[in-house]
Design a protein around this ligand. Structure first.
Ligand code: NDP
Length: 315
């Protein structure tokens, strides 16, 4: 028989948004239950050092920071569990969410903090050089490439933003763009085109990466499959993916309003979704900023709103 449990506050996800929500909900005596999801600790466990989170003047290892956030949430009574939510029923109250182990949780409020995953090209070399030259976050890792040569893959707004950011730090930035044009907005296109440090390699694809003891370059192909196809090696120190993110919201799409990419839509300036008592925090609802400190702030807001909602239920 399936097990059924009850909580006043269920938190789904364990990045900075989820743990911050757990700290606030725990301190508010909501006895939150938190499911960590596929990747406990979220995206930050994939970066090396975090230098832009306030309060760590010497920087902090991503895994270490997430372990400390977890410890802090546990200290205030959060019941933190491994496992994923695989089924959702928001049609009745309390809401019912089912875990991958078949546990059904009845929840008065739900805080969704499932994050987003950066898309990769799918090359085996991306994994090989992960943390050793390959990154999907220029703001997180760009600093390690000061005065070096890097490449950014993608031709959208994110790629242009990342290339502009990196151009402020690096000696040279290549953009590897598969089409003969950029997809980004006009203003972003002009910004990269006019930056003397940025060189756009149109109609280019990446075949692989190479290097001993870290990344040394990329194997590129220009005009793949055409009569004038050209293959060559580009020496680079860093390879940044900026080909889009996928918010981890599939399991909620039947119930929540999502934008065309899959980000959860919230009432402006709040974590409220279209379902009362269901809140969204962090990258799963943030296509623009995608920063740990912003996610943490939104996790706080979601817990405060959950507390307020529960107070109104009682009244
Ligand atoms: P986009 O989907 O807009 O762009 C993705 C880019 O990556 C495209 O150039 C695409 O190429 C390329 N790409 C995708 N897959 C591959 C692949 N397998 N190999 C090579 N290249 C690939 O994603 P963004 O993250 O840039 O933007 C997402 C949304 O967020 C957009 O609506 C954007 O406008 C918005 N945004 C807004 C910002 C702002 O206003 N400041 C900042 C950042 C994002 P192709 O064009 O050929 O498909």
């Amino acid at each position: 028989m399936e097990k059924r449990e009850y909580t006043r506050c269920l938190i789904v996800g364990s990045g900075p948004a989820g743990y911050t929500a757990a700290i606030y909900a725990g301190r508010a005596n909501l006895s939150p239950v938190q499911y960590c999801g596929m990747q406990t600790g979220g995206q930050l466990t994939q970066t090396t050092e975090i230098e832009n989170f306030p309060g760590y003047p010497k920087g902090v290892d991503g895994n270490q920071m997430m372990l400390e956030l977890r410890e802090q949430a546990a200290r205030f009574g959060a019941d933190i569990r491994d496992g994923e939510i695989v089924k959702v029923d928001f049609s009745r109250k309390p809401y019912v969410l089912t875990t991958d182990r078949g546990v059904e949780i009845e929840a008065e409020t739900v805080i969704i903090a499932t994050g987003a995953s950066a898309k990769y090209l799918g090359l085996p070399d991306e994994e090989k050089y992960s943390g050793q030259g390959v990154s999907a976050c220029a703001t997180c890792d760009g600093f390690f490439y000061r005065n070096k040569t890097v490449a950014v893959v993608g031709g959208g707004d994110t790629a242009c933003e990342e290339a502009s950011y990196l151009a402020g730090l690096c000696s040279k930035v290549y953009m590897i763009v598969r089409k003969p044009f950029l997809r980004a907005s006009d203003v972003m296109q002009k910004r990269v085109e006019s930056n003397p440090k940025i060189e756009i390699l149109y109609e280019h694809n990446t075949l692989g990466l190479y290097g001993e003891d870290g990344l040394q370059g990329a194997h590129l192909v220009k005009r793949k499959g055409e009569a004038d196809e050209q293959r060559y090696d580009l020496p680079i120190d860093g390879f940044f993916l900026a080909i889009g993110h996928k918010p981890n919201t599939d399991v909620f799409k039947e119930w929540l309003d999502l934008d065309e990419i899959g980000y959860i839509k919230t009432v402006a300036g709040t974590p409220k979704t279209n379902v009362a008592g269901v809140f969204a925090a962090g990258d799963c609802a943030d296509p623009v900023y995608r920063q740990a400190v912003v996610a943490a702030g939104s996790g706080c807001k979601a817990a405060l709103e959950a507390e307020r909602y529960l107070g109104e239920l009682k009244a």
